[in-house]
Design a protein around this ligand. Structure first.
Ligand code: FES
Length: 129
């Protein structure tokens, strides 16, 4: 019987037994390192918006858009890894969309902007085009 380990066997063994000594702490650090950065705060107040039923909207999640509260594509260069939250209202409505980007119920304002970490946050200044 041939006991030599072929390149394919070696690769299979290496992938199967990949880092058995990896600790949970190391694993979470690796995951955190790949998370996109948190949003900047473009406004400390929500935006009152008239939404049209059936129309597709893209709510900015990175805070870099100059068309707040909607996306202008700025995340592609200023916040890679983030993407807008797309939604389609079922009926015409006037709603308050989150401007601080930290609402727990995006894209809607849930009052999070009244919390200390938003009140004391530095407002993000839009760069001139
Ligand atoms: S503006 Fe973000 S929760 Fe109100």
């Amino acid at each position: 019987m041939n006991t030599l380990v072929t390149k394919l066997d070696y690769k299979w063994i290496r992938l199967t037994l990949r880092r058995p000594w990896k600790t949970a702490a190391t694993a979470s650090k690796a995951r955190l390192a790949t998370l996109p950065p948190g949003p900047v705060v473009p406004s400390k107040k929500p935006f009152k918006v008239e939404l049209v039923a059936g129309k597709r909207y893209s709510w900015c999640t990175c805070g870099h858009s100059s068309k707040q509260p909607f996306c202008d594509g700025a995340h592609r260069t200023k916040a890679p890894g983030r993407s807008p939250l797309r939604f389609v209202p079922e009926e015409d409505a006037t709603l308050w969309l989150c401007g601080c980007k930290y609402s727990a119920d995006p894209p809607y304002c849930d009052g999070t902007h009244k919390q200390d970490f938003i009140v004391s946050a530095t407002l993000h200044e839009q760069a001139d085009p």
